[in-house]
Design a protein around this ligand. Structure first.
Ligand code: PLP
Length: 383
């Protein structure tokens, strides 16, 4: 056993050996529908031919070179990502946590302040700085990192009280993922930015899970009409190739000095090729539109299964709120061949399938979910 097995948490009783599109195959050759997308990563599904070709071609052309030289594929990936998201500048890193580290560091430098306001139930990663702004895990690893004040997600009065002259930035997910696909009240994010700016503070939107087309738009903050000062992406950015990015406004970028931040692997040729290919495919194969249609179907179909309280979210990302605990339901869905996620809300199933998940698979999931909920209800009645 590796330490990874211990630290990473309980494993599912399952070995996945291959995949194609939204299908995964286990070591017995049994097919699974991947409604979890590997922690909301697989946006285009497994083995998209254009993505495979882009990485293979890059591997044979230039596999790695120092970030001190220009690499055309990185320049192209950065320009495409800036155009896609409407952000000015891009700094590639390797993971979502690392992207948040960069954003926090840049915000502190730009403002000359140190305090950060973050949201209760938010999730920003497991590295020292990122876990310092992650409400749920911060206290597990004392001493906690950084001067951070947590406020309830969606609560503008609490935010107002937390904003003082020491606050460098407010960091939030525009839609909270790990918390169970939780949407804020309408107008909240725009008001957060307005109040942060009035206080001389910056807005960092963590779009690692909700961005990059998951919700059917490039950035979830766009849904609120907000263009953040800093935004972070990861997960779907490389469609499974490990890569993340910190997106930066020109005004913030202007305060940074060369050499102040760096990374060996960030924006390496293979990662950049994966990002460029993912963006090409999103644009040319109308993936945002496909995600929106999938989301509508998931919300309607799963939301009307008896025993489901609510289906929320949209695009290739839906939280299914149940009347009881979600974990036993997820376990039983596995016996029907569906891989689904849970969340930090014990009653919520988190679905983050590839945008290319066929609609008939959603119908099959709804059917299986109905059966599972009925059988659990019968068990409860018999007990
Ligand atoms: N931010 C959000 C919103 C996330 O959901 C995650 C991971 O689940 C992270 C940051 C951390 O990303 P990574 O695991 O790539 O470090």
């Amino acid at each position: 056993m590796s330490l990874f097995d211990t630290l990473g948490g309980a494993k599912l009783p399952l070995t996945i050996v291959s995949g194609e599109g939204a299908r995964l195959y286990d070591s017995d050759g049994t097919p699974w529908w991947d409604f979890y997308g590997g922690h909301a990563v697989s946006l285009l599904g497994q083995g998209h031919p254009r993505w495979v070709e882009a990485i293979a071609t890059q591997a044979t052309t230039l596999s790695f070179v120092t970030t001190l030289v220009d690499v055309p594929v990185r320049t192209r990936a950065a320009a495409k990502l800036a155009a896609f998201t409407g952000m000015d500048q891009v700094f590639f890193v390797n993971s979502g946590a690392e992207a948040n580290e960069a954003a926090l560091k840049l915000a502190r430098k730009a403002t000359g302040r140190s305090k950060v306001v973050a949201m209760e139930l938010g999730f920003h990663g497991r590295t020292a700085g990122a876990v310092g702004v992650t409400h749920r895990y911060r206290d597990q690893h004392q001493p906690a990192h950084g001067d951070v004040r947590f406020v309830p997600f969606g609560d503008l009065d609490a935010l107002e009280l937390a904003l003082d002259q020491r606050v460098a930035a407010v960091i939030c997910e525009p839609v909270q993922g790990m918390a169970g696909v939780v949407l804020p009240p309408a107008g909240w994010l725009a008001e957060v930015q307005r109040r942060a700016h009035a206080n001389g503070s910056l807005l960092i939107c963590d779009e690692v899970q909700c961005g990059m087309g998951r919700l059917g738009v490039p950035l979830a903050s766009h849904l609120a009409g907000v263009s953040p000062d800093l935004a972070t992406l990861g997960k779907g950015l490389g469609n499974g190739f490990p890569v993340a990015a910190c997106l930066i406004s020109d005004a913030v970028a202007a305060t940074a000095q060369p050499g102040e931040h760096g990374t060996t692997f960030g924006g390496a040729p293979l990662a950049a090729a994966a990002v460029a290919a993912t963006l090409d495919i999103i644009e040319e194969e109308h993936v945002l539109e496909t995600a929106l249609a999938l989301g509508e179907h998931m919300l309607q179909t799963l939301g009307s299964v008896p025993g489901v309280v609510e289906a929320r979210g949209g695009g290739a990302w839906v939280g299914v709120v149940l009347e009881g605990p979600a974990s036993p339901v997820a376990a039983r869905l596995r016996t029907h061949g569906f891989l689904v996620g849970t969340s930090s809300d014990p009653a919520v199933l988190r679905l983050a399938p590839p945008a290319t998940m066929p609609l008939h698979a959603v119908d099959q999931l709804a059917e299986a979910l109905g059966q599972v909920l009925r059988s659990l209800e019968r068990r409860k009645g018999a007990a």
